[in-house]
Design a binder for this molecule. Structure first.
Ligand code: ADP
Ligand code: MG
Ligand code: MG
Length: 890
């Protein structure tokens, strides 16, 4: 026979902490506390399997349940010397929900269940305190009506407030027994007038009603939405805990409270909590009265004149401190505790690991490792890598007032304030005049890079989390809100409007890239601080991880940021942006317009010294660390003017006919540039370009090595290879350039030539490509696009719907798709290594900074991950966690 009910209390339990899946978090921990011999009111847990049974069997319970509940109630009766429903030996219970993962939206707790018009008199007699008994009964009617009968809490609060007003009382502890009786009578009338039947008097009926309400609350829209947002499967179900009542509202020697074993906002090692005298349940959290501090120290610090628990109930306080310590070391984690003191005796009602800020999480992890409670590996695994973002960017002061007029996607974390500008040129110009600006665009394109650089933050009205604006902003570490669709931008008028409000160019706004909010005016910020604990955790992470962490960086500023965040090299340095400079783009366009190879070489000769200077600087900054440079990748039309006006202007500057320029631009037009004339296809059609870039790289490597004294091993990466012969063709150009540069300078240097694996064909054929390629870097942005056949820039219009309808679970551009793209990566890695043992493997897509994708990279055995500079700390931590978990699994 299936066991559906597990008892706890009285120094023992049928379950334990590890039974969380079956008993829910609350039930498992109540069992664990009982096993530890702590004072827990006896009770029992109805398992999550009953919930599952209930929903898969047309809202019915397993047949044996009733009997098992009856047995368990008797057991609780034995432990307490009472009997449920018996006025002579009154046993009252609470009914509490508790899922595996703590879940708001589930049924609230019902306390004092078992009270009715008869038993309330028994309670009054037994306690010798009728006020307490009636207060308990009216609480029960109110809670039960709210959560089981579906009557709004406020219906009862009104009655209470009226009654309070009539007597001129400030707080409900002033009510007399007669006052409470009047309140109860009105409560019951209200139930009858609302529902047309009496408030249930039969204890057993009350209990079944409450249990049913807990299970039903599993399917309320609130709970369903919460599960969807947090990826909690419906099949998990919730458990129900039924527990003997203890009373914190039995007078001035009773109390109820909540506490954290360490400070949840700073992490400081001191008991932190609040309590109320003569109160019950969640009065403390509800803010009905102002709660008092637990400890004298906290009271003094808060400057409160309300006495602490330490002062007024020293004995109960002392046992609480002892229990708190015991629980913290038992669970090896900071605990969030709920307790009640009944006439001086302490009872524990809940323990769980406490929620905390990132700052507190770091301090607690470091302190606990130093105290020997946990290992360094455990400390490293305790920190959510994504939460580090909070520390790396300025954030809006949590106490600041927010005048929000639009929201979009939280595309790149951090907050920024500035004047509105609508074009990149304007952004640059305003910045030059010392203004701080927010660049507002419908969407951004590669031509906006200079504006994005100049701006404090970027706001777009179109595009998703992986739109150009979002990806580039994250790369730059700039706050960005993307896809704020309710904002209308009027470029011509220089205005934007939303929610009936219009903002002009120059007006100040603030964007919060961590929440997606767009706010009016300047808002106070908190600046990032790298605490000692942060550095300590990062040091420990570095000792534990196997994979290296590199950054995607192309400007000297990015490279410096990357190093300051601990990057161990550059995994992707794109070169295209280097040609958008005014001087350079002229030479670039000359090259594009040229008809012959000689003319192209002449134009490229102008670019060579500039390109060499770019690389020399990067090599110098990286001082001997590896640096992967990718040859030119985008289609050439990105470098040509688009509008008639621009064409005329550029033609005049170049001294060519506008017509010639227009024709060339037209001839380069592509229906689908993503799959067009780009990547190594450029190097194959215009080898001069690859030749120049390779030359610049080798000369720079030689120069930088001479300057810094650290040998540079450049890694040259050929983009968008599909067939091995493409790679061989380009590699031959690079090798020739290397030979020439080395001969001219009379030095030998080492270098690697490899490819970005970003097309399925390359992954399928990796063994062949690996015969010549010395490294693979998985370019998972393009590899995801080409594997799915989905254009990243157009995906937001349907991917969100896909997620809502459960077609896909996660955005594959954010979290690597292990079942498809991942299979290609594994295959290419295995075949690449089979063909070349020393094959270096890395990843350089956006996924290189995503913790769960990083865990996948560890499982494949990649040598490194590469991500945007601001994500380097996150990647270092995630790589360490992946290594620790892999060791545990292996
Ligand atoms: P939540 O999950 O919302 O915290 P709980 O089930 O923990 O709900 O109940 C909330 C509060 O109700 C507890 O913190 C405690 O103060 C009170 N409570 C629950 N069960 C009992 C009980 N058996 N005796 C006394 N108080 C209880
Ligand atoms: Mg609650
Ligand atoms: Mg609780």
């Amino acid at each position: 026979m299936t066991k559906w009910v597990y008892c706890f209390g009285d120094g023992k339990a049928e379950g334990r902490a590890s039974d969380r899946n079956l008993l829910g978090g609350k039930g498992a921990n109540l069992a664990e506390m009982s096993n530890l011999g702590l004072p827990v009111p006896p009770g029992f847990t109805i398992t999550t399997e009953v919930c599952t049974h209930y929903f898969t069997n047309g809202h019915t319970y397993p047949p044996e349940l009733r009997e098992q509940v009856g047995e368990a109630l008797k057991e609780v009766g034995r432990a307490t010397g009472r009997r449920f429903g018996d006025p002579a030996r009154l046993l009252l219970v609470s009914v509490r929900s508790g899922a595996r993962a703590s879940m708001p939206g589930m049924m609230d707790t019902v306390l004092n269940l078992g009270l009715n018009d008869v038993t309330v008199e028994a309670l009054a007699a037994e306690s010798g305190d009728p006020r307490f008994a009636y207060d308990s009964y009216r609480r029960f009617i109110q809670m039960y009506s709210d959560v089981v009968l579906g009557l709004d809490h406020d219906l009862f609060e009104e009655i209470l407030a009226d009654e309070k007003g009539r007597h001129g009382y400030d707080v409900d502890t002033e009510f007399s027994a007669a006052d409470w009786r009047r309140v109860i009578a009105q409560y019951k009338e209200r139930v009858e007038s609302e529902l047309g039947h009496h408030f249930p008097q039969e204890p057993e009926e009350q209990l079944l009603g409450a249990i049913g309400a807990v299970f039903s609350s599993w399917m309320t829209p609130r709970a369903v939405t919460y599960r969807r947002l947090h990826e909690i499967p419906e099949s998990w179900g919730t458990a129900v805990n039924v527990q003997a009542m203890v009373f914190g509202n039995m007078g001035d020697d009773s109390a109820t409270g909540v506490a954290f074993t360490r400070n949840p906002s700073t992490g400081e090692k001191s008991l932190y909590g609040e309590f109320l005298v003569n109160a019950q349940g969640e009065d403390v959290v509800a803010g009905i009265r102002t709660p008092q501090n637990l400890t004298e120290a906290a009271r003094l610090e808060a400057g409160s004149d309300q006495p602490s628990l330490e002062k007024i109930m020293p004995a109960a306080f002392a046992s609480f401190v002892e229990i708190a310590d015991k629980l913290e070391s038992h669970y090896s984690d900071m605990q969030d505790l709920e307790f009640t003191i009944e006439r001086g005796k302490l009872w524990m009602l809940q323990t769980r690991s406490g929620k905390r800020t990132t700052k507190a999480a770091l301090k607690i992890a470091v302190d606990m490792a130093n105290e020997g409670l946990i290992t360094r590996g455990e400390a490293v695994c305790r920190i959510d890598p994504a939460s580090l973002d909070q520390l790396l960017h300025p954030t809006i002061d949590p106490n600041a007032k927010r005048d929000m007029f639009a929201t979009g996607l939280p595309a790149s974390p951090g907050a920024a304030t500035g004047e509105i500008v609508f074009s990149s040129d304007e952004a640059e110009e305003m910045k030059g005049r010392g203004h701080k600006v927010i660049l507002v665009r419908v969407e951004t394109s590669p031509e906006d890079i200079h504006g994005m650089h100049a701006a404090e933050g970027i706001l777009t009205t179109r595009g998703g989390m992986t739109s150009h604006a979002a990806v580039v902003a994250r790369g730059m570490g700039k706050p960005c809100v993307s896809g704020a669709g309710t904002i209308q931008v009027d470029y011509r008028a220089g205005t934007m409007s939303a929610l009936g409000r219009t903002f002009e160019r120059g007006e100040v706004i603030t964007i919060d890239g961590s929440t997606g909010q767009v706010l009016n005016g300047a808002v106070p910020m908190t600046q990032p601080a790298f605490s000692g604990d942060f550095s300590t955790i990062m040091e420990w992470a570095d000792e534990l991880r196997r994979m290296k962490v590199r950054a995607n960086a192309e400007t000297p500023a990015d490279a410096r940021t990357a190093r300051s965040f601990g990057a161990e090299g550059i995994g992707l340095s794109r070169t295209e942006h280097m040609f958008f400079d005014e001087e350079r783009i002229a030479a670039m366009r000359e090259m594009i317009l040229a008809d012959t190879s000689e003319e192209r070489r002449a134009a490229l000769a102008k670019l060579l010294p500039m390109q060499r200077a770019d690389f020399t600087e990067l090599f110098e900054i990286m001082a001997g660390l590896p640096l992967t440079i990718r040859l030119l990748d985008p289609p050439l039309h990105e470098f040509l003017p688009k509008t008639e006006e621009e064409i005329a202007e550029v033609a005049a500057a170049m001294g060519v006919e506008a017509e010639q320029l227009r024709q060339r631009a037209e001839s380069l037009y592509e229906f689908n540039p993503m799959l067009g004339h780009r990547g190594c296809r450029l190097a194959i059609t215009y080898p001069e370009m690859a030749e120049m870039q390779a030359r610049a790289i080798f000369e720079a490597a030689i120069e930088a090595a001479q300057k810094t004294g650290a040998p540079v091993v450049p890694e040259i990466m050929v983009p968008l290879v599909a067939v091995a012969s493409e790679f061989s063709f380009v590699k031959a150009i690079i090798d020739a350039a290397a030979k020439e540069a080395m001969n001219e300078r009379g030095v030998e240097i080492e270098y690697l030539v490899g490819t970005m694996i970003e097309l399925p064909r390359a992954a399928l054929n990796a063994g062949e490509i690996a015969k010549e390629a010395e490294f693979f870097s998985f370019g998972t942005n393009d590899l995801t696009q080409t594997t799915f056949g989905i254009s990243r820039d157009d995906a937001s219009s349907f991917l969100d719907v896909y997620r809502q309808k459960g077609i896909i679970e996660r955005d594959p551009f954010v979290t690597l798709d292990e079942d498809g793209v991942g299979v290609l990566i594994r295959l290419a890695s295995d075949n690449g290594r089979a063909a070349r043992e020393a094959m270096k493997l890395g990843i350089c897509g956006e996924h290189g900074g995503d913790p769960s994708s990083i865990a996948f990279c560890e499982s494949v055995g990649l040598d490194y991950v590469s991500c945007s500079p601001f994500r380097v700390p996150i990647a270092r931590l995630a790589a360490a966690q992946a290594a620790c978990r892999a060791r545990l699994d292996g």
